[in-house]
Design a protein around this ligand. Structure first.
Ligand code: SAH
Length: 388
């Protein structure tokens, strides 16, 4: 039996809360574990079991696309430059990144954008990051790439000023809190997290039946079989709606990249990863990354609802797969260029990075890309119907 006080400070905080107020939602659990107070996984204060001072890369818990290869950030930087040129090169531009992690994607994007000095000339960066530890890493990584007075950090997207904008969010939406609803014999119930009678373990419990839950779900979801779990992510929807609203008013584009689906599997997609392996989602909270698959069909609908409400329609592109998107942006050609001057070992690393990012059985199909652009930008690279 595990002694409760050996389960870590995040567990203690959650257990105290549940003892006082009863079971919590999955959303509440995710936000406490990831970004709650000083013990949150991303907050960088953990000194115990977690690698949360730096969750990324080989020595951390998981690896994201920009950490696999410079090609990823470079191509996204060039995608922004291309969109900016298609828009007639608007001035006073800002580039927002949601959850920049170590700052690797942004550093590679800015380096590639040197091909278009005018793009960089007046560019401002707005980095939306809650973690003080990761803000410091981002500052170090971006030093010298843009004058520091043109880089600002924000707690949330709502605080970032409205201006001509490009927005990048890679593996950000998956960290936002989801709620889960389960179809039972007597109707929909919210899936909640409670405490074992001994107080030493967290476990899933069912909330009360609530006919309102069925009404929240779309028609195809609400007729689900018993045992089916449906997820909703209000925060992800709010980010997409906010950008669709902004891009009606200002020129620009938003690019959301994440692992996710267009048709729900009817199962929980909540997952925990620690040291590159799956970890039980409720064990030792705060010591592993937590995330959930992103419902891209729902995000498309949120953006589409926004455009129906206005006269100037924002454009929605995708979702397409990461493999198709990167292929159309020319990742193969970029890899060949890099390989041409590489040692045999480096060339084989480049080839395996290319495979990891694009192969259908690796990140290529699971990861999806959705873009929302201002009305003027009817066509953007990466979303053509033919993959090359
Ligand atoms: N985009 C990076 C990192 C992805 S990890 C990459 O691809 O490598 C998720 C990032 O989002 C981290 O930087 C984390 O600190 C940040 N984050 C998580 N939840 C957040 C929230 N609610 N608000 C702002 N940033 C958040």
């Amino acid at each position: 039996m595990v002694a409760p006080d050996s389960l870590g400070p995040a567990f203690q905080t959650l257990a105290r809360h549940i003892r006082r107020h009863g079971p919590i939602t999955v959303a509440n659990y995710m936000s406490q574990v990831l970004v709650g107070g000083e013990h949150g996984y991303y907050m960088g204060q953990n000194t115990g079991q977690s690698a949360s001072q730096d969750p990324f890369g080989v020595t951390g818990d998981f690896t994201t696309a920009p950490e696999i290869s410079q090609m990823f950030g470079e191509l996204i930087g060039l995608w922004c430059v291309d969109c900016w040129q298609r828009l007639g090169c608007p001035r006073d531009l800002q580039l927002i990144e949601l959850g920049p992690g170590r700052g690797t994607l942004m550093a590679d994007a800015l380096r590639a954008a040197r091909l278009a000095p005018n793009f960089l000339q007046t560019l401002k960066l707005a980095l939306v990051e809650v973690s003080p530890a990761l803000r410091r890493k981002q500052e170090e990584k971006l030093a010298g790439l843009l004058p520091s007075q043109r880089i600002a950090w924000y707690e949330s997207l709502g605080q970032v000023p409205e201006a001509p904008t490009f927005l990048i969010a890679n593996e950000f939406l998956d960290a936002l809190p989801i709620r889960q609803f389960e179809q039972t014999e007597d109707g929909w119930r919210e899936r909640l997290i409670g405490l074992s009678p001994k107080g030493d373990e967290l476990g899933f419990v069912q909330g009360p039946t609530d006919p309102l839950i069925g009404k929240l779900l779309s028609a195809d979801q609400s007729i689900a079989e018993v045992g089916c779990i449906i997820e909703s992510c209000a925060a992800a929807e709010a980010h997409v709606a906010e950008m669709a609203g902004r891009l009606r008013e200002v020129p620009g584009a938003a690019l959301f990249i994440d692992y996710g689906y267009v048709a729900s599997s009817g199962q929980s997609s909540l997952q925990a990863v620690r040291r590159h392996s799956y970890h039980p989602v409720l064990a030792a909270p705060g010591s592993a990354d937590l995330s959930a698959h992103v419902n891209f069909a729902r995000l498309n609908k949120v953006a589409a609802d926004k455009l129906a409400a206005g006269q100037d329609t924002v454009q929605i592109h995708g979702p397409t797969t990461q493999g198709t998107f990167l292929a159309q942006l020319g990742i193969r050609q970029r890899a060949e260029r890099l390989m041409a001057t590489a040692t045999p070992d480096q060339a084989s690393d480049i080839q395996s990075a290319l495979d990891r990012l694009t192969a259908p059985d690796q990140m290529g199909d699971l990861f999806k890309v959705l873009a929302i652009t201002s009305p003027q930008l009817q066509e953007v690279a990466g979303f053509g119907s033919v993959a090359n």
